[in-house]
Design a protein around this ligand. Structure first.
Ligand code: BG6
Ligand code: MG
Length: 224
C-alpha cells in the first residue's frame, strides 16, 4: 500500500481549462503563415512543451529550422504569444473544465495540498482569470525551472515547495511529455485523454468530468 497522500499537482493547460485549444490555434496560425503543415496529431507533440521548444519542433517539422536567426525565432515566438494572449483575454471562471472546481475543493477539504506545475509563462494570468489561483498552495511555472517536461524538474520542484515526498504525490496531465515527467518524478500519474495515448499513466480518464477525489484517492492507496 502507498504512503498517505500528501499532495496533488496539476498541469494547467488542457487539465484545468481548455487553453490547450488556444495554444493549438495560435501555433496553427503561425505555421500557416510560414507554410508549414500543422495537424492536430502533430500538435499532440507540442503539448506540455515550452514556447521555444515548440517553435523549434514546428520549424523542424517544416524543414525550416535553419532559415531563421535566433532573433527572428524570438520574434516568431512573440507573435504566437501575442495571438495567444488575445485568445485568453476572454477567459472567465466559466472556462474551468467540467468537474475541476469540485475536484479541487474535495482535495482541499481532505487536507491534501495542491500545486500547479505548468510549462506556461502565462500560467498566473490564466489562473487569475479563472478565479482559482487561491485554491493552490504553490504555483511552479516555466519561469522557475531550467528543464522542461518530460524532465521531472517541474514536478519535483512543486513537491519540494509543498514539503511533500514525490512518492506521496499525484500528478495530473493531458500531455504525453507531462505524464513522462510525473513518472520520472516518482509520482502517481493521472492522464486526461485517450487511453491508448497514455500507457505510462497509472489512471486515465477521457475527460475531467470523470474525476472523483474518492475514486482517485482509493486507486492511489491501492497502487502497488
Ligand atoms: C504548456 C502548453 O502548458 O505551456 C504548451 O501545454 C505551451 O502548449 C507551453 O506551448 C508554453 O506556454 P507559454 O504560455 O509560455 O507560451
Ligand atoms: Mg497540458
Amino acid at each position: 500500500m502507498n504512503k498517505p497522500l500528501e499532495a496533488v499537482i496539476f498541469d494547467l493547460d488542457g487539465v484545468i481549462t481548455d487553453t490547450a485549444e488556444y495554444h493549438y490555434l495560435a501555433w496553427k496560425a503561425l505555421a500557416d503563415q510560414l507554410g508549414i503543415p500543422f495537424s492536430r496529431q502533430f500538435n499532440e507533440e507540442l503539448k506540455g512543451i515550452s514556447r521555444m521548444d515548440s517553435l523549434e519542433k514546428i520549424l523542424t517539422h517544416g524543414g525550416k529550422q535553419a532559415r531563421f536567426s535566433s532573433e527572428e525565432k524570438d520574434q516568431l515566438a512573440a507573435k504566437k504569444n501575442e495571438h495567444y494572449l488575445n485568445l485568453i483575454n476572454r477567459i472567465t471562471p466559466a472556462d474551468l473544465l467540467p468537474g475541476i472546481w469540485k475536484f479541487v475543493a474535495d482535495i482541499n477539504a481532505a487536507g491534501v495540498k495542491l500545486g500547479i506545475a505548468s510549462a506556461s509563462k502565462n500560467a498566473m494570468t490564466v489562473l487569475e482569470a479563472l478565479g482559482i489561483r487561491e485554491q493552490f498552495d504553490i504555483i511552479v511555472d516555466a519561469r522557475t525551472i531550467c528543464h522542461g517536461k518530460p524532465d521531472p524538474e517541474i514536478f519535483i520542484t512543486a513537491a519540494k515547495l509543498l514539503e511533500a515526498e514525490p512518492s506521496a504525490c499525484i500528478g495530473i496531465e493531458d500531455a504525453t511529455a507531462g505524464v513522462e515527467a510525473i513518472k520520472a518524478a516518482g509520482m502517481f500519474a493521472i492522464a486526461i485523454g485517450p487511453k491508448e495515448q497514455f500507457e505510462k499513466a497509472d489512471l486515465v480518464y477521457n475527460d475531467t468530468s470523470e474525476l472523483s477525489f474518492t475514486e482517485v484517492a482509493k486507486r492511489y492507496r491501492l497502487k502497488e
